[in-house]
Design a protein around this ligand. Structure first.
Ligand SMILES: [Zn+2]
Length: 353
């Protein structure tokens, strides 16, 4: 009797405990919640709370400023413009830690001036393309557009979130847009494109002004990053380690093409592989020391994971990780092994061949 009443008491107690932080947050005014979330870099959450609050009452200027800034940080100037458009500069409050209304509107205007026109698309509702569509490079990628949502299915197993694909033929235009959207210079050793929240930016010229070597497979890879960031939400890059992020983007770019896997196996076999899981796979060092080996082993690990656990495993890992905010925990719950074990299995598969 005691045991059974304890049993029914414990889960209820746990439920209340889990619900408390969000309940407490729910009780705060929407303006306060949104500003706290902004300070923590929870931009997706700001957007969610804005939408919830806007159902019940007219958003205040503070809420509009907060969500406008969040949308800008999420690379969605169109949505930012809608939120900020009705505000009057002289009467709009300045929020601590975020730019003024005038600064945000001029950033949006600068982006608008550099963005190519929308490309008319039919039957692809979750992707928006901006391009002049004039060069062979742009047309090469445009022909492969139907593959984009399909590639997202390989990992998410559901319709992908909306993403804008921007094709910029010249390097100066690409660099300027990169700075405006991502507040950073493009990394010199990266392919001529990048994928982030809601956005894929691709360039037709490399850093030396020569024709970019970016292919539809590279475009799909960057689209993969954009889809993963946007579907996961806040703090994706801090929570998901580079090997998982690059492995999954590689999977989306290649569908684990056997030729590519065998090339990856050769690269990995040609270099000495540490017996133990290299820390660089889970840190910023991924891109610094022997990045080729890191990319290849990550792709092989993802291939091994799909072989062992089936195509649903990636969706499970992302969902469980999002729930707990902890990648190792999410990975173990979804795969019943640790990343180190997957690394060991991947090396084992490589060595007899
Ligand atoms: Zn990548």
């Amino acid at each position: 009797m005691l045991l059974s009443s304890l049993n029914s008491f414990v889960p209820l107690f746990c439920l209340i405990n889990l619900a408390l932080p969000s309940l407490a947050a729910e009780l705060l005014p929407a303006e306060t919640r949104m500003q706290t979330a902004l300070a923590q870099g929870d931009y997706f959450r700001v957007v969610e709370w804005y939408k919830d609050a806007a159902i019940h009452s007219e958003p205040t200027p503070v809420m509009r400023m907060a969500v406008g800034y969040a949308w800008l940080k999420l690379n969605h100037p169109e949505a930012a413009k809608t939120a900020l458009g009705l505000l009057v500069p002289q009467t709009t409050p300045t929020l601590p830690g975020i730019p003024s209304l005038e600064q945000m509107l001029s950033q949006i205007q600068a982006i608008d001036q550099l963005l190519p026109p929308l490309y008319p698309l039919q039957g692809l509702p979750r992707i928006q393309v901006r391009t002049q569509g004039e060069t062979p490079w742009e047309n090469f990628i445009l022909q492969r557009l139907p593959d984009f949502p399909l590639s997202a299915w390989r990992v998410l197993r559901k319709d992908p979130p909306p993403v804008q694909l921007v094709l910029i033929p010249d390097r100066a235009g690409f660099n300027a847009l990169h700075r405006l959207f991502l507040e950073a210079e493009p990394k010199p050793n990266w392919k001529d494109g990048t994928g982030s929240n809601h956005l894929v930016l691709l360039c037709g010229e490399n850093q030396n002004g020569e024709s970019s070597s970016i292919t539809p497979a590279n475009a799909l890879h960057e689209y993969g990053h954009a889809i993963l960031h946007t579907a996961f939400g806040d703090h994706y890059s801090e929570i998901i380690p580079p090997w998982m992020d690059e492995g999954l983007a590689g999977l989306m770019g290649s569908d684990l093409d056997p030729a590519l896997l065998s090339e990856a196996q050769k690269t990995v076999a040609a270099a000495p592989s540490p017996d133990f899981f290299p820390e660089a796979l889970s840190s910023g060092l991924f891109y610094e020391a022997q990045p080729d080996w890191n990319y290849r082993i990550s792709l092989l690990m993802v291939a091994e994971l799909r072989r062992k656990k089936g195509p649903e495993v990636f969706r499970k890992i992302l969902e469980q990780t999002k729930k707990s905010g902890n990648f190792r925990q999410g990975f173990q719950q979804s795969t019943e092994m640790a990343p180190e074990e997957l690394y060991r299995l991947t090396l084992q598969r490589r060595s007899p061949q």
